[in-house]
Design a protein around this ligand. Structure first.
Ligand code: MN
Ligand code: MN
Length: 514
């Protein structure tokens, strides 16, 4: 095929196929409501200069992807055939279970978005690129369903890789709320949020940070798989910058700025619930490379700022409070405590915090002990007193009416972290943070009708009105209560804690309980 012509001489011609349409009107073929052309001030032919930085032809794409799949599946089937039990130790399994429960079917949702761009993006080069994106996401779905599938025979919690997304589990509701919000838009709006904010910023964290932890733990299969996935993300995420380049030229960027501010915050919130606890609490302490806060600063904050500064966009208005949160790792600690306390609501076995964990946490987040230590002390005390039930919640908490996550996301004693309220149409809505409230207030018609799990509970949609009723609603009913999160390491870690004393040299008081 074209043996004597250099790629750069025909690539442009092959991907620029913005042909004149003769059988139907342009607007019938590309309805502005779906492309987004009516939402931005770009002239009709303005989009034709859309250019991706990472160029790839179809032939190159298939060859490269074939090789990538080949090496990942080779590792996978070697692991499978070895017949070794999969277990890689306490904590790490929770990282895997949580990842597989939440990620693969979100990848499937991304197939739909990339397919939307492949059909309705306002330029042919972009549509070309998005076709690869759609195939990428399908590959990610298959790969990340295949791995947990091979573990189900050992541990049925891995079945949640296929299940979680289709349940009303709180983590699933939060993830769908975010992704549906991004998806339910025209192609330009959607791609700004998904490819620029979500992929350029945050998938790096889930995939690079966890790949490096996985390598340390010795989980070669997972490490290989997610590194391989990240190479695709790095390519198709380029769509975002290419869009902003065009908008930079013609548009005032107000709408783009709003969407970037909104989606960056929403991603931060979701990933802090997912990746934060995985990096700071579940990965075995000896294998933790960076703290979540450190990784956020280096990979998200710096890269995002660099990205923003290369465009006409500005830092989100909430930047100062965001940075303060990142440094404290606030949401990560709150969520890890929440996962533990509400563990029957998640298909994992969240570990408690050992003495080594606490030393590490205090070192990474100075002040951790003072702020969070006492909460874990109470769990440990209950355990030593043989009162494990006391460590499990028997109630629900206030959920944010925007992000759907618990409505406290950092230190609630600080004023800007208090519970935020807003009246709309005679109804009071609650928010975890100022940015979540700001998003809601900008588009109340988009968000007001959605019922959080707590609202369903209060409205009587969940019966009986008990935690057991809520568990049933979340897909964790009595029929499969063996899939509910338990702490099978208790009470050992409570014992481990018995003589823990961060500041005093006399641990005798606590130790005498043994
Ligand atoms: Mn993907
Ligand atoms: Mn992607």
């Amino acid at each position: 095929m074209l043996p004597n012509v250099r790629r750069e001489d025909w690539y442009q011609t092959a991907t620029n196929t913005n042909w004149d349409i003769s059988y139907v009107d342009e607007e019938e073929m590309y309805p502005p409501g779906l492309t987004g052309q009516d939402a931005y001030n770009v002239p009709e032919d303005g989009w034709e200069s859309w250019e991706e930085t990472y160029k790839q032809t179809a032939r190159e794409y298939y060859e490269t992807q074939h090789e990538k799949d080949g090496s990942v599946y080779a590792v996978s089937s070697a692991m499978d055939q070895s017949g070794l039990p999969h277990s890689l130790g306490m904590g790490w399994e929770d990282v895997l279970k949580f990842h597989f429960a939440t990620v693969p079917l979100l990848e499937r949702a991304a197939v739909t978005s990339e397919s939307q761009y492949a059909r309705f993006a306002p330029d042919s080069a972009w549509r070309h690129m998005a076709q690869f994106g759609a195939m990428d996401e399908l590959r990610h779905t298959e790969l990340q369903l295949r791995i947990p599938h091979s573990f189900v025979k050992e541990d049925s919690q891995y079945d949640w890789a296929k299940k979680m997304y289709h349940t009303e589990d709180w983590a699933s509701v939060a993830a769908r709320h975010l992704f549906d919000d991004f998806k339910a838009s025209n192609a330009i709006d959607s791609a700004l949020q998904i490819t620029f904010a979500f992929e350029t910023g945050f998938t790096n964290m889930q995939f690079l940070a966890l790949a490096s932890d996985a390598a340390d733990v010795g989980d070669i299969e997972f490490s290989e798989a997610i590194s391989s996935i990240q190479t695709d993300e790095a390519r198709h995420a380029q769509q975002g910058n290419a869009i902003i380049e065009i908008l930079d030229e013609y548009d005032d960027l107000d709408r783009a700025q709003y969407l970037v501010d909104k989606s960056f915050w929403r991603c931060y919130k979701l990933f802090s619930a997912l990746t934060g606890p995985s990096m700071d609490y579940y990965t075995p302490v000896e294998d933790r490379e960076m703290s979540w806060g450190e990784f956020m600063e280096e990979w998200i904050v710096d890269q995002f700022l660099e990205n923003i500064e290369s465009t006409g966009l500005e830092k989100p208005w909430y930047w100062d409070q965001f940075i303060e949160l990142v440094r404290q790792g606030g949401t990560s600690h709150y969520m890890a405590g929440g996962h533990y306390h509400w563990r029957p609501t998640l298909p994992i076995a969240p570990p408690g915090v050992t003495a080594e964990d606490r030393e590490w946490l205090e070192e990474k987040y100075p002040g951790w002990e003072e702020r969070w230590g006492e909460k874990w002390d109470r769990h440990a005390k209950a355990m030593r007193e043989d009162d494990l039930e006391k460590t499990v919640a028997d109630d629900l908490i206030v959920l944010c009416d925007l992000c759907q996550l618990p409505a406290i996301h950092a230190d609630p004693d600080q004023d800007h972290n208090r519970l935020h309220c807003h009246e709309h149409d005679g109804e009071t809505y609650y928010f975890c943070s100022e940015p979540c409230q700001w998003i809601f207030e900008n588009e109340p018609e988009r968000y007001a009708e959605h019922k959080s799990i707590l609202r369903r509970f209060l409205a009587g949609d969940i019966q009986p009105q008990t935690l057991e009723g809520a568990l049933e609603h979340m897909g964790m009913g009595a029929d499969n209560d063996y899939e509910r999160g338990i702490d099978f390491r208790a009470p050992e870690w409570g014992d481990d804690w018995a003589d823990w004393s961060p500041s005093s040299s006399d641990p005798a008081g606590a130790a005498s309980d043994d």
